[in-house]
Design a protein around this ligand. Structure first.
Ligand SMILES: *Cc1c(COP(=O)(O)O)cnc(C)c1O
Length: 252
């Protein structure tokens, strides 16, 4: 069954090109201000538009507004959207990121259709994804997900386990680990998660990849709609924005 969500009239209205373009413009302005405060260039930041739960019109509106990176958190929804609009790995003009937890039996979809897998979080999953990437004759860019909030999150490695895990990944010839990803605690005031972002940056900067050919620490994927400015101030290179680009969702 096709897993692309229905394009109901209400949703199509919510994500029409002019509306998305306006949201992207306002997000870009906020990104530029946060970069300025941090003495950074907006060119060093990738905006991943999280299109989960939205129909293909979201991708059309996003690309019309100049976006090229899109993120999904369900493997089969990503698969079907990437079939409709292929990512760079399949010769297309967008870049698909799988940003959600992946069950091993769905790793095949990600290795086949996603450009990036941003939520690597266990040895068994790395092993399976490595095998699937090999079958597709590719080296798959990945980020390791860190559970930076403690017990209130289900997924991600404990911060103290991350460097050992990166060492462990040295054996996977078909994975290219390019950095770390995390979701901060859900709070009303984003200042409250500044400490979590700092902890992520420390983990990111202190890993020594010299003897690990599969790891290069290039990307720190932190920051979502409610906290991306703080994340940028603390060193994010990749923000993942859903609500602030496409408006509210009914579900995750
Ligand atoms: C849904 C989701 C986002 C985007 O969330 P918003 O708060 O709507 O910006 C970012 N990252 C992941 C992993 C997600 O699942």
């Amino acid at each position: 069954m096709n897993k692309i969500p229905d394009a109901t009239p209400e949703i199509v209205e919510q994500i029409r090109p002019e509306v998305v373009a306006q949201r992207v413009e306002s997000v870009r302005a906020r990104i530029a201000q946060a970069c300025e405060r941090a003495g950074r260039s907006p060119d060093d930041l990738t905006l991943v538009a999280i299109s989960k739960t939205f129909p293909m019109q979201a991708i059309a509106s996003g690309t019309a507004a100049g976006l090229a990176h899109f993120g999904e958190n369900r493997a089969r929804q990503l698969r079907d959207k990437a079939k409709a609009r292929p990512g760079a790995f399949e010769g297309g003009d967008v870049t698909w990121h799988m940003v959600g937890h992946l069950q091993r039996n769905k790793a095949k979809y990600v290795a086949r259709h996603a450009d990036w897998f941003d939520a690597l979080d266990s040895p068994r999953l790395a092993n399976e994804l490595n095998k699937r990437a090999a079958k597709n004759d590719r080296v798959m860019p990945c980020l390791v997900q860190v559970n930076i909030t403690g017990q209130d999150q289900k997924y991600g490695l404990a911060p103290e386990a991350v460097h050992d895990y990166l060492d462990h990944c040295a054996q996977y010839d078909h994975l290219a680990i390019k950095g770390l990803m995390a979701l901060a605690s859900f709070v009303d005031d984003p200042e409250e998660v500044r400490g979590e972002f700092r902890e992520m940056r420390t983990l990111f900067e202190t890993y020594d990849a010299t003897n690990n050919p599969q790891v290069t620490m290039e990307e720190l994927s932190i920051g979502m709609s409610n906290d991306f400015e703080v994340a940028i101030e603390e060193g994010s290179t990749m923000v993942r924005l859903g609500t602030s680009i496409f408006g509210p969702r009914d579900y995750d």
